[in-house]
Design a protein around this ligand. Structure first.
Ligand SMILES: Cc1cc2nc3c(=O)[nH]c(=O)nc-3n(C[C@H](O)[C@H](O)[C@H](O)COP(=O)(O)O)c2cc1C
Length: 365
């Protein structure tokens, strides 16, 4: 007898109890994709330090607080999110699963999260918008500025509610395995957003793409040009220094994402969490988000106690996609929600508004 075609979560997903358990799913991917997703720059010191920074900070729980009801919602850029987790912009998601960006954007929408679409997605920004849910568009600025202008106009027309300008990639960081693998998208996949502006087969490797098309001359004064292209809110992603944060705030950006690009750009840059406190002290009125190494609900509490409104999570969603597509990504969200909820309760917090710096214990050496 034929089995009914019910849509069931793939077996075993419920038994996955932490984000790190999903990393093993990378083994299912061809080597170049696996290496690309995993990679950090050079000696991968910053990559390794991002999660360690969370381990170094201890939490000091408040006790005897009535935490019988808890509210995980938070506000980011005028949007109410179901939990303080956004999906970090990541290129080439079809390398993890055939449904790629569409599957991850669907999981984000179902979780009440916000999906940040990369310029280098393998479905077009319009196809991703078709999924629904909250979405921002991440921009890399091209030497041909008209390409960027056109992408931003398309994003605005497709209902993206903010532009995220990535500022930590004047040039591409050195990821040795990607160079050894001559890393490029396999046949049948394209940088879908850019296809209309590129000749076929042009810039086959990622390194060649950045070297020939990406604008390393971008500087603070160019924010005026960017502002002139769109009325959408502008967030800068990849700031680590208080003086840069102040510069951004003076130019009226809507928010800053404290990030070292998941350790993929400047090796030996500080862990994102280690940079957060000083940035938060420098720009009290500018909303902050953080990414890099967030793997646990307690990590979200620590980032928020240090001044972030929410966090972005990157690689674990790719692991979830590689494990089981949309269902895998949905399980990653579910684990984060359960862990964050439990961490709130155990810290004596009923809502995100009660996460304050007094929860931070002594930093381990
Ligand atoms: C495979 C991969 C591709 C990425 N692509 C982009 C991108 O296109 N644009 C961007 O701003 N950041 C990109 N990032 C950086 C992420 O947005 C984010 O800063 C980082 O992954 C967060 O660290 P985590 O992976 O430890 O959570 C990428 C990261 C990875 C792992």
């Amino acid at each position: 007898m034929a089995r009914p075609l019910t849509k069931r979560a793939p077996r075993g997903l419920k038994r996955m109890l932490s984000l790190r358990e999903f990393e093993a799913a990378l083994a299912r991917l061809p080597r170049p994709a696996r290496d690309y997703f995993r990679a950090g720059a050079d000696d991968e010191l910053t990559l390794a330090d991002n999660p360690r920074a969370f381990e170094r900070i201890k939490l000091l729980p408040r006790v005897l607080v009535d935490v019988s009801t808890r509210d995980l919602r938070c506000n980011v850029g005028g949007h109410e999110l179901g939990l303080p987790v956004l999906v970090a912009p990541m290129a080439y998601q079809r390398l993890a699963h055939p449904k790629g960006e569409l599957a991850l954007a669907r999981a984000a929408a179902a979780a009440g999260s916000l999906y940040v679409a990369s310029t280098l997605s393998t479905f077009t920004l319009e196809e991703i918008a078709g999924v629904g849910g909250l979405r921002w568009f991440q921009v890399y600025v091209h030497k041909d500025r008209e390409v960027t202008a056109s992408l931003i106009r398309r994003a605005e027309a497709a209902g993206y509610s903010a532009i995220v300008l990535t500022v930590d990639v004047p040039v591409l960081g050195c990821r040795p395995n990607d160079l050894r693998n001559n890393f490029a998208l396999p046949g049948g996949m394209t940088m879908a957003n850019l296809a209309p502006y590129m000749a076929r087969g042009q810039n086959a490797t990622l390194a060649a793409f950045f070297a020939s098309r990406h604008d390393a001359s971008l500087c603070w004064d160019d924010l005026k040009w960017l502002r002139g292209l769109t009325g959408l809110p502008l967030w800068l992603k990849g700031i680590l220094r208080p003086d840069d944060a102040r510069r951004a705030a003076r130019r009226g950006v809507e928010g800053i994402i404290v990030s070292n690009h998941g350790g993929r750009q400047l090796d030996t840059a500080p862990a994102a969490l280690d940079a957060l406190g000083a940035v938060a002290a420098a720009v009290k009125d500018t909303p902050l988000l953080l990414d890099g190494g967030v793997r646990r609900g307690t990590d979200i509490v620590k980032a928020m106690a240090l001044g972030a409104q929410a966090v972005l999570v990157g690689r674990p969603f790719l692991w979830g996609l590689a494990r089981a597509g949309e269902a895998g990504a949905a399980r990653v969200f579910e684990i984060l929600r359960e862990e964050f909820d439990r961490a709130l309760a155990l810290c004596g917090c009923r809502s995100v508004n009660e996460i304050r710096a007094d929860l931070l214990g002594r930093r381990a050496p």
